[in-house]
Design a protein around this ligand. Structure first.
Ligand code: MRU
Length: 346
């Protein structure tokens, strides 16, 4: 078996799939041995593995490895694939990756070697697309820029260098002197726990802020550009990303600050016409009533407080300065001129 090694996921030569438990970062680096697709579903739902591209790759590998061991019939294969598909509803990389495996299973009468090769291709493709985005996107960053990012879009959200964070770390490695404001990203603190961990490792200067501090920083001209990721991009360029993204888009529009999303083409939903058609995951109330992590668990609101907890919001395409997709930078104007994102990418 091919040995795979990323900062978020490993595959050993003997076929053991290991996932870095992101719930325990930044204080503990615990690796979880994935038993089977049911275990992977639990891991995805608990956000131990997260980030749109990584969820797709991890789910595909768990299904392919299970198939190698169990040699299922097509019906059983498709059933397990369907359960994985339902583990989280918004990030479309999951559905896109599983659709690819399903097609191979159907075309090859469930050749488990072909299915595994397809999962390995999905892994390698993510590594390659991250590098392309980093290269192209870093051209948008100038020496001396002060950037702002949201959630986590680095190696912990992909199996490569990341999407928006890959662009940022690439600009840093080109010698550009940059500073990054990191939104903590309530409720699950992907910015405060994970992006800070990655930027520290990469030696990129950063400052952690609470989500409600971005507006005043912008008013003081302390942010030049915003880069963040996407979980599902519709054909008209509207996109879902971590809750709080839309706030930043509106703020950037008001302050005339360039606002970019960075995502591989595996995050496009070619069947989704617009943002209103994107399903948004609603999560448990306790995530908002308090917080949990390697530091323990705290609750601050009355135990029965009513809570609104959508994991994502949808940003309309017209608020974007551009979308960095694979090796291209596409503007909302180009999407309009070509009729849709699919045509604009041709
Ligand atoms: O709930 P999460 O942590 O899986 O949400 C992740 C995000 O919203 C990221 O910004 C998105 O997946 C892009 S990551 C390359």
């Amino acid at each position: 078996m091919k040995n795979l090694n990323s900062i978020s996921l490993k595959l050993s030569e003997s076929g053991e799939l290991l996932i870095l438990d992101q719930q325990m970062l930044p204080d503990q680096e615990n690796w979880i041995l994935v038993r089977d697709p049911d275990h992977m579903i639990e891991i995805i739902q608990q956000l131990k593995v997260r980030g749109a591209p990584l969820i797709g790759v991890a789910a595909a590998l768990s299904l392919a490895l299970w198939s190698q061991k169990n040699q299922p019939q097509l019906g059983q294969f498709l059933q397990v694939s369907m359960s994985l598909r339902q583990s989280r509803p918004t990030a479309v990389n999951l559905m896109n990756a599983l659709d690819r495996l399903n097609q191979v299973a159907e075309a090859t009468k469930v050749s488990t070697d072909s299915i595994l090769n397809c999962a390995l291709e999905i892994y390698q493709e993510d590594v390659d697309l991250c590098l392309q985005m980093a290269q192209v996107g870093s051209e948008l960053i100038q020496d001396g820029d002060s950037l702002l990012t949201h959630c986590n879009t680095g190696g912990l959200a992909t199996v490569g260098v990341g999407t928006a964070l890959g662009v940022i770390t690439q600009a840093h490695s080109q010698g550009k002197k940059i500073h990054v404001y990191v939104d903590e990203t309530r409720p699950l603190l992907q910015g405060g726990r994970l992006t800070t961990w990655e930027l520290k490792k990469a030696g990129v200067p950063y400052t952690l802020i609470c989500d409600n501090m971005a507006a005043s920083l912008m008013a003081q001209n302390r942010v030049n550009r915003v880069f963040l990721g996407a979980d599902r991009i519709a054909l008209n360029g509207d996109f879902a990303n971590k809750i709080g993204t839309y706030n930043l888009a509106v703020l950037c529009h008001h302050h005339k600050i360039p606002f970019y999303t960075v995502a591989p083409s595996t995050t496009i939903d070619f069947n989704c016409p617009d943002g209103a058609s994107i399903p948004v995951e609603q999560r448990q109330a306790d995530e908002v009533r308090g917080v949990a992590g390697s530091f323990g668990q705290v609750r601050w609101s009355p135990v029965d407080s009513q809570v609104h907890n959508p994991a994502f919001d949808v940003t309309p395409a017209h608020l974007l300065s551009g979308l960095v997709i694979d090796n291209k930078i596409i503007t909302p104007k180009q999407i309009q001129e070509h009729g849709n994102l699919k045509q604009a990418l041709l």
